[in-house]
Design a protein around this ligand. Structure first.
Ligand code: HEM
Length: 193
């Protein structure tokens, strides 16, 4: 099956997936930093992070299904899961596949979190930071809309947002690790006196 509508819908769902994954990464950082979002109760940030990750997964599934349905590009189910084997833009599509594999690992371990335990879940959750830039480069490399004003602004806005939030996250961790030895010392001294 091939039609212009499939192609437009594939591009649109790709852009929406990028926006949703960006917001999910931002909310993940907000959860980690215990940020309370305006107008939401304390647990609201966690719920929003969870709900939007599932919405992002749905849009990503649509994006991929539309790419496979469009026989013009000849993308197979193997190309969807195994990176760099596709005849269609093997490098750029392969990066999309790597991003998908990482997202799947994060999703599955999050759904099994209670069984896996916190440490294993958290270790896998770090993959989310890797999947986001890989997906971004996939979109820039393969997208028809790359170079249009709206796509350039979208890419710049998403990148700026993730870099800013990532910077705040790193600064926060650095501050916390500087504070920890001193506070441990104070606790130990307090216990001695
Ligand atoms: C987290 C994973 C992914 C994200 C966030 C993502 C996002 C994007 C974005 C933003 C574009 C550019 C759309 C445009 O220029 O309008 C794009 C293009 C595309 N993506 Fe993905 N993608 C992902 C994974 C995949 C996977 C696994 C496949 C299929 C195996 C795929 C197939 C395609 C195709 C065929 C295009 C080109 C559409 C065109 O002709 O412009 N993507 N994707």
């Amino acid at each position: 099956m091939t039609s212009e509508y499939l192609w437009y819908a594939n591009r649109a769902t790709g852009a929406v997936s990028l926006i949703l994954f960006t917001v999910v990464v931002l909310l993940g950082i907000a959860v980690r930093l215990r940020t309370r979002l305006p107008g939401l109760p304390r647990f609201g940030t966690v719920s929003l992070h969870r709900t939007l990750s599932l919405s992002a997964a749905v849009f990503l599934a649509l994006h991929i299904a539309l790419a496979v349905l469009d026989s013009y590009v000849g993308i197979t189910l193997t190309d969807v899961l195994v990176p760099f084997v596709s005849d269609y833009h093997p490098l750029w599509l392969g990066l999309g596949t790597v991003a998908l594999d990482l997202v799947l690992a994060v999703l599955v371990t999050s759904l099994l979190r209670a069984r896996l335990g916190h440490r294993a879940w958290r270790a896998t959750h770090w993959l989310a930071y890797g999947s986001w830039p890989i997906a971004l480069v996939h979109g820039i490399g393969i997208g028809t809309d790359t170079g249009t004003d709206w796509m350039t602004w979208l890419t710049v806005a998403c990148t700026a947002a993730v870099l800013t939030a990532g910077g705040i996250r790193v600064a926060h961790s650095a501050r916390a690790s500087r504070r920890t030895p001193a506070s441990l010392l104070r606790t130990a001294e307090g216990a001695r006196s």
